[in-house]
Design a binder for this molecule. Structure first.
Ligand code: F6R
Length: 614
């Protein structure tokens, strides 16, 4: 969580930093702040609680002048949401300012030791200890890089920092310790950028370096010098990011979520492009290198992921077990490492993560590595940790996703899981050629089918108008559509703050049926698939108890329609690709409800796009 930005070059730093923070606001929006080195040699700081617009207003009233600066948008962990706790934090002698993403786990001890030495604190944050430590070394005569290098061994826990010091007015020093989200260094022409995520700097450069764990860098106008924490110089690779800067803008859309739901046909097309040989009827996934014999020896795939990516993993289990005949377990990234899993060198651990920086998912990958598993990832952000840690990966090709609630990355990951299942099926020889050919043809039709549900329809607003005051929703699905029900419920609850539960429809009678009344709407995901009859009887059971059914149904299904009070339609789709279509109307429904309730769609309270704390 938290977004950090730095700039050094000829332009006004505060403006560039503020612009970068705007692109990172999805990472946290409890407070924000900027520090700039003034020409008179002092650090000038401006901070404000709440959205970035509050800080922007302050900077408008009182501009910060200077061409080197740092900024931060906060997702509060240690210390309440106050201006005192907002970053940047300044060291005890005013010799350094710092912005920080992550958690200093031993901050209480460090703080106690410093307090005993008479150092007073201006905030309740963990970050301030780092500012005081670096400041102390600077006061002792160290240069900024050395002061940071001496400070880092004292710090426990995953953290990313950017430091700015009047003692060294030409440089920023950046450090990355563990998996607290990335640090990307953007290379401009006579200017350099630092950020926790690519969108912040995409307007200025697409040439970037990703700082690795336990690396630090001195960034000046002229370039960057990277070192290990031990001081050994590092030759870093420069990546060119293919994303278009326009993708970081809302354009004619009111919200990023609306834009990103609409972008799904293109995201799905890009996800399939180049990975399917339509002529030979085969999937081509060179980025997951595996020989037929390795594939045949696979004893298990463990999928580790969080939130929506976990729901995608539940769909993936169906795909992989059916098509590649390999046992699959799906676990929350946050649970996996606490359960002493059974892993062998012929197990594959598959991480699914849009950001590639979710700390719990990365921890699961590390645990997988320790146990000797093959590491694979399905990941959207190029150069992210989950991309770089993996032995084999599939890049989602969803494009930049900014809305905090994931939409297009979710459907892209479903398609990637399907590609992976077909790839493994080919290698393990579990798929007859005609099944493979049909699957490949189905993929060719998918973008068109997705296009048919990606436009907003009046029914979403009509339903929002009817139901926006309801406090509870139930989502039911079975089989492949049970994870769709979970995801539909998650979308609704996270952006509209309506309590919503996803449930396997067959479990209704074991408890949740007691909740059915005339007030709580029940969304049933009931396309014509192998559990269709069961879903119809579930809808009847809800109706028999005076419940209200919103049926997500196949176009033209008059039987199911007669059991529902309201209907959302999807075109008929092949079995494994149906979840890709079925979730989209539920994304639109959640969006319409959130808009009708006046909620902040792109930045729901308490959430952040990349969850880089445990
Ligand atoms: C929900 C949502 C989250 C993420 C979760 C994992 O809309 O976006 O539940 O899916 O935080 O994030 P990634 O996929 O980046 O690891």
């Amino acid at each position: 969580m938290c977004g950090i930005v730095g700039y050094v070059g000829p332009r006004q730093a505060a403006l560039i930093v503020l612009g970068g923070l705007k692109k990172l606001e999805y990472r946290g929006y409890d407070s924000a702040g900027v520090a700039v080195l003034h020409a008179n040699g002092g650090i000038e700081v401006e901070r404000a609680v709440g959205k970035l617009s509050n800080l922007q207003e302050r900077l408008y009233q009182k501009p910060l002048v200077g061409t080197i600066g740092i900024g931060h948008t906060r997702w509060a962990t240690h210390g309440g949401v106050t201006e005192f706790n907002a970053h940047p934090h300044v060291g005890r002698n005013g010799r350094v300012a710092v912005v920080h993403n992550g958690i200093i786990e031993n901050y209480a001890e460090l703080r106690q030791e410093m307090a005993a030495e008479g150092i007073s604190f201006n905030s309740e944050t963990d970050t301030e200890v780092a500012a005081h430590l670096v400041d102390g070394y600077l006061a002792g005569g160290a240069d900024l890089l050395t002061a940071v290098q001496r400070t880092l061994p004292a710090i426990q826990g995953a953290s990313a920092f950017v430091f700015l010091s009047p003692q060294e007015p030409e440089s920023l020093v950046v450090a990355r310790l563990g998996n607290a989200g990335g640090i990307v260094i953007g290379i401009g022409d006579g200017e350099m950028f630092v950020a926790s995520d690519i969108p912040a700097i995409l307007e200025y450069t697409r040439n970037v370096i990703f700082l690795e764990n336990r690396q630090m860098a001195r960034v000046t106008r002229a370039g960057v010098a990277i070192f290990t924490f031990e001081g050994k110089p590092v030759q870093a690779r420069v990546h060119t990011i293919p994303w278009d800067p326009v993708s970081a803008e809302k354009g004619p859309y009111r919200h990023f979520m609306q834009k990103e739901i609409s972008e799904q046909p293109r995201a799905i097309t890009d996800t399939i492009r180049g990975r399917v040989d339509f002529h030979r009827g085969r999937v081509v996934l060179d980025s997951v290198p595996l020989t037929p014999s390795e594939a045949q020896k696979l004893d298990r795939v463990i999928i580790a992921a969080c939130g929506s990516s976990y729901h995608a993993g539940l769909v993936g289990k169906f795909m992989l077990e059916t098509l590649a005949r390999v046992p699959v377990e799906v676990d929350y990234g946050s649970e996996f490492r606490y359960r002493n899993p059974l892993i062998t060198p012929t197990t594959a651990l598959l991480a699914i993560t849009q950001s590639g920086e979710t700390v719990d998912t990365l921890a699961a990958m590390e645990a997988g590595r320790e146990y000797g598993a093959k590491l694979w990832s399905i990941v959207n952000v190029i150069g992210s940790q989950a991309h770089r840690l993996a032995d084999g990966y599939i890049l989602m090709q969803a494009g930049l996703e900014i809305g905090v609630a994931t939409t297009k990355a979710f459907t892209a990951s479903l398609v990637d899981l399907y590609l992976l299942a077909l790839h493994l099926g080919q290698l393990r020889e579990t798929l007859p050629a005609e099944v493979l050919r049909r699957a490949v043809n189905d993929l060719a039709r998918l973008p068109d089918l997705v296009g048919r549900v990606s436009e907003p329809l009046p029914i979403y607003d009509e339903l929002a108008e009817i139901f926006f005051k309801r406090e509870h929703f139930l989502f039911l699905g079975r089989g492949l559509n049970y994870p769709v029900a979970l995801e539909g419920a998650l979308k609704l609850k996270e952006i509209s703050y309506i309590h919503a539960e996803g449930y396997p429809a067959g479990e209704m009678k074991h408890g949740p049926i007691a909740l059915i009344d005339e007030v709580m709407p029940v969304v049933t995901v009931a396309p014509r698939d192998n559990v269709y009859d069961k879903m119809i009887s579930q809808m009847e059971q809800v109706k028999a108890r005076n419940g209200t059914v919103i049926g997500l149904l196949q176009e033209g299904d008059e039987i199911a329609r007669s059991k529902a009070d309201y209907v959302l339609e999807v075109p008929a789709a092949p079995q494994f690709l149906a979840p890709v279509l079925n979730i989209i109307p539920l994304q639109w429904l959640a969006y319409a409800m959130a808009v009708r309730r006046g909620a902040d769609v792109d930045q729901p309270r308490n959430l952040a796009k990349s969850v880089t704390v445990e």
